[in-house]
Write a protein that binds this ligand. Sequence first.
Ligand code: SAH
Length: 214
Amino acid sequence: MSTDILFQAKRNELVAQLEHKGIYDTAVLQAIQTLPRHDFFTDSTLRQFAYEDKAYPIDAGQTISQPYTVALQTQLLEVKPLEKILEIGTGSGYQAAILRTMGARVFSIERQKQLFFRTKELLHRLNISVETFFGDGFKGCPPYAPFDKIIITAAAPFVPRTLLDQLKVGGIMVVPLGDDSVQILMQIKKLSETEFEQRDFGSCRFVPMLAGIA
Ligand code: SAH
């Protein structure tokens, strides 16, 4: 069997597992079914595990999130084509690529310089058009604000006010909230400039959201 066919078979299996675990957004499932997650691994010896439902290490002590976590966060964002989405924590670029595959316009910020350059080049090579920025996600992305949706893919110690301000009224933020050990996945809907509705979706584990650049 060629590697492409093998990887496609593994992706189909992964999608079936995600459905079983409660992912129902067909656009999310379709994006996971088409996007080659193995291309986003920095360590080529780990690529064979790319369709396991697990997080793996990438460069600079960071991780590529577990597919279930990516799927759940994306489902909670309620993505529609052409929406403007801000991602905090570009990392491997996989989450940003999923959002782009779903037809969103994606703006993604990374604070680790080495990872930023590597992922920017990778997304370009894969012909996935995502606007990438090197900087501190706590500050958001004022030139392109406001956004329809904001996704934070690192553990936030609190909900950054600056980011809520850069969210449109009617918009949604998905954020893992908590300290280094464990977080609660929160979906926050912005009802008006001053009113928000929050729901929690269980515990999750992300690397910490850190202030400043590295
Ligand atoms: N979305 C990624 C997951 C990345 S892990 C993926 O699909 O692979 C979290 C990433 O957030 C790390 O790369 C980390 O460097 C980055 N990060 C942490 N704090 C940040 C901040 N304040 N601004 C931008 N990126 C941040």
